[in-house]
Design a protein around this ligand. Structure first.
Ligand code: RB5
Length: 160
């Protein structure tokens, strides 16, 4: 299991699940930084998605976990950040492949979509599965190229 510290964030819709995941990670001996939300009072998910994605994007944290009702809003926010590869996973197969093929550095969960037990199993699989590298690294390098020169320029270059 990857034991590097994790930053976690959620909105009100996933507060209870976030608490369970924090407890699970702590029980495994993993340091967790809890970016909130800290209750079920309604908040705006981008505020928490931005905190975690920024920390992963800048390298302050190697890994993050984000949870909202569907996981969709958090995914949209997180994947706007350079060097963030956020994967919304609702099953173990996707969780494993998000690591093996995509080297996902943020796991996103939908607290209203999956049950707590499955969510914890997904977290476990995600932390235990290494990146395959090889041909997949070549593909991820193209993500970084978008960050470097911008999407329009990257597209124009491919057409040339
Ligand atoms: C909150 O009601 C809900 O919109 C949010 O948790 C999330 O599902 C957004 O994508």
């Amino acid at each position: 299991m990857d034991m590097t510290p994790i930053m976690i964030g959620c909105d009100h819709a996933a507060f209870q699940l976030k608490q369970r995941i924090c407890q699970y990670l702590t029980d495994q001996g993993i340091d967790v930084e809890d970016a909130g939300a800290y209750s079920e009072e309604a908040v705006d998910y981008p505020d928490y998605g931005i905190k975690v994605a920024a920390a992963v994007s800048t390298g302050k944290f190697k890994r993050g976990i984000l949870i909202c009702g569907t996981g969709i809003g958090m995914s949209m926010v997180a994947n706007k950040f350079s060097h963030v590869r956020a994967a919304l996973c609702a099953d173990l197969f996707a969780a494993g492949l998000s690591r093996r093929h995509n080297n996902a550095n943020i796991l996103v969960l939908g607290g209203r979509v999956i049950g707590d037990i499955l969510a914890l199993e997904i977290v476990k699989t995600w932390l235990e599965t290494p990146f395959d590298g090889g041909r997949h690294q070549k593909r991820l390098d193209k993500f970084d190229r978008i960050d470097e020169i911008g999407l329009c320029a990257a597209h124009a270059q491919e057409k040339r």
